[in-house]
Design a protein around this ligand. Structure first.
Ligand SMILES: [Zn+2]
Length: 231
């Protein structure tokens, strides 16, 4: 009996090693563009399972890149210190073109930055990345309460921006999952803004040269969940 138990344990250990994602041997720019999202999610799996590879984070890599950058994805994420895209996707220098602000809102400067990444750096993937426990969205969720906190002018501008999003306005207030839904609605707004305001985005999507996806990062588990059916 004991022997059998050990056999099972050994088999299980072997299997879990075999099931781990394969180490990154290629630079991200060498990976076919249709596989990029999957490869980034594999990086997130390494991060969330606590065995990151920290690829391409050396001074040598930076020197190689000094002649020019070829990032493979543009990511709009929150400034929250728990959400650094390079770490949570386990990537390195030159891989990701990152735009961050409190609340990962997509306004004029963010649209311009993503446009630059698509048009001039030819990134084939854009991710609008929200996250759980987002303070900016939390402030928006709270702001309708009578005794809610009063913010300074510029913080209030962020809250007002989120408040004005059509995707937020259609949500039912006061439900148990309002906060969670508001985080998703804000991501959805970013995607709609890019598609509506940048004709090139729709053209490239139609030509299958660009993917724009929304995702939510969980600050407790470290996992990124891609939002499906966003259109
Ligand atoms: Zn946040």
């Amino acid at each position: 009996m004991v022997m059998r138990r050990y056999l099972y344990i050994t088999l299980f250990s072997l299997l879990s090693v075999a099931c781990r994602p394969t180490p990154v041997e290629q630079h991200l720019e060498e990976i076919p563009k249709e596989n990029l999202l999957e490869v980034l999610l594999q990086g997130n799996e390494r991060f969330s399972e606590d065995h990151p590879l920290h690829p391409d984070q050396t001074l040598d890599r930076l020197r190689d890149l000094s002649q020019g950058q070829h990032p493979v994805a543009a990511i709009v994420s929150c400034s929250d210190s728990r959400v650094p895209p390079e770490l949570i996707f386990d990537q390195g220098l030159g891989d990701l073109f990152v735009i961050r602000n409190a609340g990962n809102i997509v306004a004029d400067y963010e649209i311009g930055s993503v446009e630059y990444a698509i048009e001039h750096l030819e990134v084939p993937l854009v991710i609008i990345l929200g996250h759980t426990k987002c303070g900016a969205i939390g402030a928006f969720v709270e702001h309708e309460h009578e005794h809610s906190h009063h913010y300074s002018e510029y913080i209030q501008k962020i809250i007002d921006f989120i408040d004005a999003e059509e995707e937020e306005q259609v949500l039912q207030r006061g439900t148990i999952d309002f906060y969670e839904k508001a985080i998703e609605a804000n991501v959805l707004h970013g995607i709609h803004e890019l598609k509506n305001k940048v004709p090139l985005v729709s053209e490239l999507i139609a030509a299958k040269k660009l993917r724009v996806v929304g995702a939510i990062y969980d600050v407790e588990t470290g996992r990124v969940r891609v939002l499906e059916n966003l259109d």
